[in-house]
Each structure stands twice: as C-alpha cells, then as structure tokens.
Design a protein. Structure first.
Length: 317
C-alpha cells in the first residue's frame, strides 16, 4: 500500500463500449514501466465482449472489482474498496456513457491521469449526432491523452477528426493508430492557407483550424507573421496594451460555444481597442510560458491592428 503521506494514484481509462479499453489495460499492466511491488486495484465499470485473463491479473498482482452503477461511485464505496484491498494504485475502466462528474474519489486518492480510447471505425456517427457528440465532448474535455484506434481505411478523414476533437480540448494529446501503428494525420497540404507565405493570411472560416494547429505544430508558426480578423477580449487585469483577439467557436453543438483567442501584446495599439471591438490583426507568433497552458503556448506580438467589420456567426473545425 502507498505510504501514509502519499496519495494513491488513480489511472482512469475512459471510452465507449467496444472501444478497446480492456485490451489497452491488459497490455498496459504487462509493461515494465507499469510494474509495482504493491497491489493494483482494477475497477471495471463496463463489461464488454473481451474479458480479463484472471491468470494475467494474478501474475501482475491485480485484483478486479466490477461496479455496474454510476450512482455507486461514491467516496464511501471507493474508500471501502481501499480498506479491503490496500492497493498501491487504482486502475479504473470507466463507462463512457456515465457522467464522470458523479465520480467522487477519496481524499487519499490522486487523480493521476485520464486516457480515453475511441474506435476510429465508429467515430463518424458519434461526431455527426448532436447528442452523441456531446458525450464525446464531455469525455475529451477531461482527458489528457486520446487514442483513436482501428483507423485502417479512414486515413483521409483523420485531419477532420483531429480538428473536431482538438476543438473540444486543445491541450489533449491525440494519437491515431491503424494496424501498422501511429499515423501522422495533418500535413501542411491539408491546411486552407499557405504556412510558407511571408504573411500567413487566415481565412475567416479557417480560424478554428488555425487555432488548433498552432498548438499542435509550433514549428510551423514560431517566428512567422500571421494576419486574421477577430473580436477583442479585454479584462481589467490585462496590461494596457494587451488584449485577446479571437472568435466564437462551436466545439460540440450550437449550444456549446467557446471564445478561443490568443494573448496579444502590442506597442500602443492595445490602448485603442475596446472589449468586443472587431479588428484586423497582423502579428508575429512566438511561444512562451503561460500558466493557462501549463507550459509554452502561442503568444502574438502585434505589428498592426486596424478596425474591421464584424463577422457574423461562429466557426467550427
């Protein structure tokens, strides 16, 4: 069991039925990097067609418990499992149809990592149905790593899938896999603008694509000049010449809108714009540490800011 002054790490594996969660966990517990001297508690919230091998679990000191009711995932229930099994860590195979906000972990546990698994062969109907897309969005927004497997034969769709999923969580790492392994899914040729131009002009309907790509491919934009139209966000705590130009973006459905923009530093020009003004910005892109990124992220240095006509509606991915 973990030392008294250490919290028990929880690794949560999320995904819809038959996405490959069981296969992923079976593989993971056998890897050298995942070995531990203590016991692993595996909580299974959904039993699919593939079953766990009891001999394999026993070999790796893993005990499995099945929980089939999302309302039972309370602190008291999980604390009871801890007292019975004294685990060094907890693996949880979460049911993707359950509301993850109902999960109440004990104070002695630490939510260490969430990985979500999706079946690429069935991803399209999930993204084309508003109700199902909302479920996908809820899952992706809380995950750190998203693995989309079984992508054989759909490689031409992956750039579009990538933009939609990244729009739900720009900080999430996304890996697409087919039977040959990981796929590099977005090339410069897929982008609706020229990243090698002296000034990269972002079309109005490509703002969302550009926003996501700046996080994924910093090497494409670092030190380059971009030009785009956006709405101004200014807050009292911003320095006088700083503002955020951005756009309203639909991430899951029309009811789920977010303002996505970049912090922009300017020399005197920021004082002239007000909250909700529309501007045409030409700026140099750099990458700097930002606490909201929890690391380095895009920072714009304005070279020119001019008033612009409002753009009605929102952009997607």
């Amino acid at each position: 069991m973990a030392e008294n002054n250490e919290r028990i790490p929880l690794f949560l594996i999320n995904g819809f039925l038959e996405a490959g969660k069981t296969q992923f966990i079976n593989f993971t517990i056998q890897q050298e990097y995942f070995q531990t001297e203590g016991k692993t508690l595996l909580i299974v919230c959904e039993e699919g067609e593939e079953e766990y091998d009891e001999e394999l679990l026993a070999k790796h000191n893993t005990v499995m418990v099945v929980a089939d009711d999302e309302d039972s995932m309370t602190e008291a229930y999980l604390m009871g499992l801890q007292k019975v099994h004294n685990p060094e860590r907890v693996l949880m195979e979460w049911n993707g149809m359950w509301d993850i906000t109902k999960l109440q972990i004990p104070s002695s546990w630490e939510f260490y990592q969430q990985i979500s698994i999706m079946n690429g062969a069935t991803l399209e109907p999930y993204l084309n149905n508003n109700d199902l897309k909302s479920l996908v969005g809820r899952m992706v927004r809380s995950t750190e790593l998203l693995i989309v497997n079984r992508c054989d034969g759909i490689e031409d769709k992956l750039a579009g899938y990538h933009r939609v999923l990244k729009g739900m969580n720009a900080q999430c790492d996304i890996v697409f896999e087919n039977s040959d392994g990981e796929i590099d899914n977005v090339s410069e040729e897929d982008l609706p603008y020229d990243v090698n131009a002296d000034v990269i002009v972002i079309p109005d309907d490509a703002y969302g694509i550009w926003y996501i790509d700046t996080f994924d491919k910093p090497e494409r934009y670092r030190g380059k000049t971009v030009e785009f139209t956006g709405m101004v966000l200014k807050r009292p705590e911003f320095p006088a010449n700083d503002f955020v130009p951005g756009r309203m973006v639909m991430t899951c459905c029309a009811a789920d809108m977010s303002f996505l923009g970049f912090m922009c530093k300017s020399r005197g020009m920021g004082r002239k714009v007000q909250n909700q003004d529309w501007v045409r910005v030409r700026a140099k892109v750099e990458y700097e540490y930002r606490p909201e990124y929890e690391g380095d992220g895009p920072m714009l240095y304005a070279e020119d800011v001019q008033p612009a006509e409002p753009i009605e509606g929102y952009v997607g991915f």
